[in-house]
Design a binder for this molecule. Structure first.
Ligand SMILES: [Zn+2]
Length: 524
């Protein structure tokens, strides 16, 4: 049976950028675009050229991607021609495969917000679609407040959609802009097959509304990674994609551009976005949350070991998640064994050292360490237990200070300085460094002079530094995650935990240096 094609349109970089507390840099946007391309969505709506410098620079050059790079913007302003509207001109000039226009489709908004006539709004839609087609772009029209508009004046809402359609827009996207529509209304109002759905989550039904739209004929689904978006967010593609691929109700009828392999990386992609936003992943997120396939010990757990299907609606591996049996040694042990195998240490599952390592990991994770996010620290922990990590050097003491004062020009400046006393064999080395902050100063001082080991760490560079406060309040503990790289291009991550941010940073920095020495084969 041939399946119908459903198209996925991601707007993490446009609507998702409206999320409270989210501020994408250009580098963030490019990194997320890469994740979306890896996932395999059809369209990546990357922003609003002309609206801010970051979006403008995103669209200033071709961004080679598998997905269709889409620029977002408004149809021409009332009373202007397409060539005399700077906003529209910038949009038409954007380096994009497709242009998604947004236009009002609620007569009330046309009169009150746009302060123009219904006919002029239709003309604006027609002219804008025509101008973008003439530029060789694929054209989409987002009909803003379509469902409310339809309830107020169905003929006018449909006329807006039809105006775009008749001019050759490939997609007319019906938007539940304020998120107030419920699924049975979507079913009733939606029709046509060159239509898309853009649902917001204000009644916690954005995903349900998207599926209602598919059943009613929509063939393009808009959404964001992890449901980012204005107010309560957009439809969450991380929930929609696995349902489309794993539930026979949809999988038998529809085909999407996300491969089985990419689906298997869904957890990594979802958590990768959280990492980038410096947010803790939602443990209870459907499909990708840490608890999505977690079962408490007891009768469920023993049944699940015998036959996972008894308690799981899909196999966790399909989305890259893991079955987790809480309070069960079994699950932790197999995770640890899998990790050991990954780093090339094969131990028998009954080896007492595996139990010791498991206990150590559990103890440390209970106080805030996160080894899933710190591969190199885990490897050091495991190899230390096996006596495989040479004792390279000792840090006898360090001292970090932060001073605020007036400089020679009378300007107020804050200066950080670190002094580190290291013992390498019998040699004592003291290094001093100034940095742009205390952690930077400490890092520079630590790596300034490692004596006979210095040549092994010259290629070492820090590429990321993240701080998260755990528990909150006065009991707060700080977790520092550091990502490092070297001349070989390998990246590794290390972790430190302490009530003191400098101490947590020191642990993570030390792990990074020792890992580098070990992997470079520095002699003991
Ligand atoms: Zn929206």
């Amino acid at each position: 049976m041939t399946r119908e094609r459903l198209y996925l349109f991601d707007t993490t970089l446009r609507d998702g950028a409206q999320t409270n507390g989210v501020d994408f840099t250009l580098a963030d946007k490019l990194a997320i675009a890469g994740m979306l391309d890896e996932l395999g969505v059809d369209y990546v709506e990357a922003g609003y050229p002309g609206a801010n410098p970051i979006d403008t620079s995103f669209f200033s050059e071709r961004r080679p991607m598998r997905a269709r790079v889409t620029a977002f913007g408004m149809t021409r302003r009332p009373g202007r021609s397409t060539s005399n509207d700077p906003g529209l001109v910038a949009l038409l000039d954007a380096q994009a495969d497709a242009i998604c226009f947004v236009a009002k489709s609620w007569d009330y908004h046309v009169r009150i917000a746009l302060e123009t006539t219904e006919e002029e709004n239709l003309a604006s839609i027609r002219d804008s679609v025509r101008a973008a087609k003439a530029k060789g772009r694929e054209v989409l029209l987002d009909c803003e407040h379509f469902f409310d508009g339809y309830k107020a004046n169905p003929a006018y809402a449909l006329a807006c959609a039809k105006a775009a359609y008749d001019e050759g827009a490939r997609w007319v996207v019906l938007c539940d802009t304020n998120g107030g529509t419920v699924p049975h209304e979507v079913c009733k109002i939606m029709s046509g097959d060159r239509v898309g759905i853009h649902a917001h989550n204000d009644t916690e039904q954005a995903v349900a509304n998207s599926f209602a739209a598919i059943r009613a004929g929509a063939r393009q689904i808009q959404g964001t990674l992890n449901g980012l978006g204005e107010r309560c967010g957009n439809a969450n593609l991380v929930s929609i994609i696995p349902t489309l691929k794993l539930k026979p109700e949809y999988a038998d009828k529809f085909e999407i551009s996300v491969s089985d392999g990419a689906l298997g990386r869904l957890v990594r992609i979802s958590h990768g976005l959280d990492e980038l936003l410096n947010r803790a992943p939602d443990r209870h997120a459907p499909y990708v949350g840490e608890s999505a396939f977690a079962t408490k010990a007891g009768i469920h757990a023993s049944a699940i070991v015998k036959e996972p299907k008894t308690y799981e609606h899909v196999a966790p591996e399909r989305v890259g998640n893991k079955r987790k049996l809480l309070v069960s040694d079994q699950a932790g042990r197999s995770n640890v064994l899998a990790e050991l195998e990954r780093i090339g240490l094969s131990l028998d599952k009954d080896d007492p050292r595996v139990t010791r390592l498991l206990d150590e990991v559990k103890e440390r994770e209970a106080i805030g360490y996160a080894y899933e996010a710190a591969d190199a620290s885990f490897e050091l922990l495991a190899r230390r237990m096996l006596g495989q990590v040479p004792h390279y050097f000792d840090v006898e003491k360090f001292d970090v200070n932060v001073e605020q004062r007036n400089n020679a020009k009378g300007q107020r400046v804050t200066v950080s300085q670190a002094v580190v006393k290291i013992k390498v064999g019998d040699e004592v080395l003291i290094s001093v460094a100034e940095g742009i902050g205390p952690v930077n100063a400490l890092d520079l001082a630590l790596r300034k002079d490692l004596g006979k080991y210095q040549s092994f760490i010259t290629g070492l560079a820090l590429t990321d530094y993240r701080v998260r406060i755990l528990n909150g309040g006065t009991q707060a503990v700080t977790r520092v995650l550091i990502e490092s790289t070297d001349e070989t291009g390998e990246h590794w991550r290390t972790v430190g935990v302490s009530a003191n941010i400098i101490d947590a940073s020191f642990q993570a920095l030390m792990d990074s240096i020792v890992y580098k020495l070990m992997k470079s084969g520095a002699p003991a």
